[in-house]
Write a protein that binds this ligand. Structure first.
Ligand code: NAI
Length: 247
């Protein structure tokens, strides 16, 4: 029997990341959940283990490169390999550009942009070192290319995720490592459940075909499919998982 795959999932304690961790584990992959929310991370691990899956939690702040390097090394020390890196942790704080506090701007960039860069670099280096033809999947957003009010910093980060994906894919292809971005539209997770202005969520919902919120399980299914060998022709692409979100 071939060795089990190992998938690292940042932001794996909640929402899209949590459901992706559950999906990979249900398919027999070993899962490493990385998040700075220890309580929710432990709960997700317990849920996976209770269903017979294999997982452990590593407390990680993706905005800190040493943390992400340690995450990747701990994964390899524990399971011997790393096949999938899902750079998904993100924050969605809203502030109009003309009310922008620079600390707010930098905090969004640090997590959503630098956090993804750290994961691409640390996982890519380790996959190359071990000769693993792995896959790195990054969470972008429709807001990586469509503008909406109040999301100046968020737009900047998601646009960056798209171009970092294309750039890294180009350079990692010779090593057999794929790099892909997945771009959700409006997903029913705590990030949007926490918006003070739920009227804004209703407006976004109306831009989705069928006027509905995408469920995090649907994103988990998409990420899982992209990780498979059968998706080997998908590389450097931004895969829209937005149910037709229109501006
Ligand atoms: P969520 O809030 O349920 O999950 C985000 C997770 O990231 C949380 O567990 C949080 O603790 C973790 N996290 C935040 N900062 C971190 C850090 N510095 N280090 C480690 N972990 C950190 O939200 P959701 O919706 O599951 O978001 C996941 C990704 O999907 C984000 O990148 C978000 O921008 C993106 N996205 C979400 C959409 C939505 O409508 N929910 C739409 C498009 C993209």
């Amino acid at each position: 029997m071939s060795e089990k795959r190992v998938a690292v999932i940042t932001g794996g304690a909640s929402g899209i990341g949590k459901h992706t961790a559950i999906k990979f584990a249900s398919k027999g992959d070993r899962v490493v959940i990385a998040d700075f929310n220890e309580k929710l991370g432990d709960e997700t691990v317990a849920e996976i283990v209770a269903k017979g899956g294999e997982a452990f939690f590593v407390k990680t702040d993706v905005s800190n490169y040493e943390d992400v390097e340690r995450l990747v090394q701990t994964t390899v020390d524990t399971y011997g390999r790393i096949d999938v890196m899902f750079n998904n942790a993100g924050i969605g704080r809203l502030t109009p550009v003309l009310d922008m506090d620079l600390n707010h701007y930098h905090s969004v960039i640090n997590v959503n942009q630098h956090g993804v860069a750290h994961g691409i670099i640390a996982a890519g280096k380790k996959m190359r070192e071990l000769g693993i033809k792995g896959v790195i999947i990054n969470t972008a957003s429709v807001f990586g290319y469509l503008a909406s009010p109040g999301t100046f910093a968020y737009h900047a980060t998601k646009g960056a995720v798209i171009m970092m994906t294309k750039s890294a894919a180009l350079e990692m292809a010779p090593y057999g490592i794929r790099v892909i971005a997945v771009a959700p539209g409006v997903v029913d997770t705590p990030i949007i459940q926490g918006y003070k202005d739920q009227g804004m969520v209703d407006e976004m919902k109306q831009k989705v075909m069928g006027n509905k919120l995408t469920q995090p399980e649907q994103l988990a299914d998409t990420v899982y499919l992209l990780s498979l060998e059968e998706a080997s022709a998908i590389n450097g692409s931004v895969v829209m998982a937005d149910e037709g979100y229109a501006s």
